[in-house]
Each structure stands twice: as structure tokens, then as C-alpha cells.
Design a protein around this ligand. Structure first.
Ligand code: ATP
Length: 234
């Protein structure tokens, strides 16, 4: 569904990504792991058109989207849940969700909203509250719900478990699996490497802007280098 070919991107003189090749097959969960500053967020931003690539290609369903405008990329079927969630704290929960559908002009937005409320009943209970009054876990649910409101075929999640209590983290990973089982392809950036490898089919390890390792997630989880660097050596 998504293929990055020899993709390079950066910030001025900082070469954050150096010729990345990465494939996300339709229907799968692919996890991208790596240390702080490895370039994971940059991968997400460049896919979404928030940073222009320096070279290489981004193919989404065979179409080259590299350098396209973000709204165009969203309308093609990609959506990002950004690092830090970016909830609009002075808007209500309902308004935040409606923002996710702002580019749609079909008549199924209300039905999708009801589906989001079924998945996350707490968001329906709190729909009139300001986004900023929600707990961290609820804000993450809201960020995921907002992204789903654009009806993505490919959902990009940047560190969804960051800063959340273990029980809430377990909920978030369960939700990601459910969304995937219902047909949405997922590219997941995570520091919670153990969980990210558990739910993924394929995994990529990013080190200072290069892919150092990739393969089936079960194999990556057994790799001694990964165990030592990201799984506490166990
Ligand atoms: P983290 O887990 O800390 O978010 P990451 O793997 O997502 O890390 P990136 O945020 O993609 O890493 O950063 C990759 C590199 O690009 C780092 O060296 C970082 O310092 C640099 N970088 C990121 N954003 C900018 C920016 N806006 N301007 C300049 N350099 C940046």
C-alpha cells in the first residue's frame, strides 16, 4: 500500500533520513522502532507532506505522493495521529472529531461519528467538554478518533503510548489491533518496542536516519542486537 524508495529528507544541513526503503503491505501493521532522534517522526512528517523530501519516492497505492500537499495526501486515504496528540484543547471533544472530517463532503460523517462513539464511549460521554480537560489516555483516544474521521486506508501513529500509564497503554495497543482487524493498514512508530513488535507483522529499525534492520516482527524481536538495544537485553 505504501512504499518509500531511497527517501532522503532533513532540516537544512541536518540529514535526518538517508535513503530509506520501507514497505507497508495492505492490511498489515508495520512498526518502526529506533532511539530518540533516529528520525522516526521525520518519516511520518515526510509521508504526510509536512516536510518535503530531498530525493526518493513515496508511493501510495502506486501513486507518487512525494512533495504533494498534506490535504491532498489526506484526501487520498492517509491520516496521522501526531506525536504529542495535538488535541485542540479549547475546542470540545465533538469539535475535535468534526475537524477530522473537515475535508469530507459525503453524507456518512454522522454515521462515522456514531461508530467512533461506539468504539470510545468515553468520548461520547464527554463530547461537550473541552479537549484540554481530558486525561492523557482519553486525549490519545480522541486523537485516534479524529484521525479515523477522515476514513484513512493507512493510519500513521507516532508514539501513541507516550506518557501513558501501563493499563492505558494496553488499551491503546488493543484499539490499534482492532482498527487494523477492521481493515485499516497501520504504520506505527513506538518507543514501547516490546508491544510494538508484538502487534506488528513487519518491523523496521531506524538508526541515525538509516534502516539498520527489517523483517518479520517475530524475528526482529528475537534479534540479539534489538534485544540488547531496545528490550533491556532480555
Ligand atoms: P523522538 O523519538 O525523539 O521523537 P525521532 O526518531 O522521531 O525521535 P526525529 O524527531 O525524526 O527523530 O529527528 C531526527 C533528527 O532530526 C534529529 O537529529 C533531530 O534533532 C532532527 N530534527 C527533528 N526536527 C527538527 C527540526 N524541526 N529542525 C531541525 N532538526 C530537527
Amino acid at each position: 500500500m505504501l512504499r518509500l524508495q531511497q527517501l532522503a529528507a532533513g532540516y537544512g544541513n541536518i540529514k535526518a533520513l538517508k535513503n530509506i526503503d520501507l514497505t507497508v503491505p495492505a492490511g498489515s501493521i508495520v512498526s518502526l522502532i529506533g532511539a530518540n532522534g533516529a528520525g522516526k517522526t521525520t518519516v511520518m512528517k515526510v509521508i504526510m507532506g509536512l516536510i518535503k523530501p530531498e530525493s526518493g519516492q513515496i508511493l501510495f497505492k502506486g501513486q507518487n505522493i512525494s512533495g504533494a500537499a498534506t490535504h491532498k495526501i489526506v484526501s487520498l486515504g492517509l491520516s496521522l495521529v501526531p506525536e504529542g496528540r495535538s488535541i485542540l484543547s479549547r475546542m470540545t471533544v465533538l469539535e475535535n472529531l468534526e475537524m477530522g472530517a473537515c475535508q469530507r463532503n459525503d453524507n456518512e460523517v454522522q454515521a462515522d461519528l456514531q461508530r467512533i462513539f461506539q468504539r470510545f464511549p468515553i468520548l461520547e460521554e464527554r463530547k461537550s467538554q473541552l479537549g484540554g480537560t481530558l486525561s492523557g489516555g482519553q486525549q490519545q483516544m480522541l486523537a485516534i478518533g479524529r484521525a479515523l474521521m477522515s476514513r484513512p486506508e493507512l493510519l500513521l501513529l507516532d508514539e501513541p503510548s507516550m506518557g501513558l500509564a501501563p493499563l492505558v497503554v494496553a488499551d491503546i495497543f488493543k484499539v490499534i489491533q482492532e482498527i487494523n482487524q477492521e481493515g485499516t493498514t497501520v504504520l506505527l512508530v513506538e518507543q514501547n518496542v516490546r508491544q510494538a513488535l508484538k502487534i506488528a507483522k513487519y518491523a523496521y529499525v531506524l538508526e541515525t536516519g538509516r534502516i539498520s534492520l527489517h523483517g518479520q516482527a517475530v524475528d526482529i524481536a528475537k534479534d540479539s542486537r534489538v534485544m540488547e538495544a531496545y528490550l533491556g537485553g532480555k
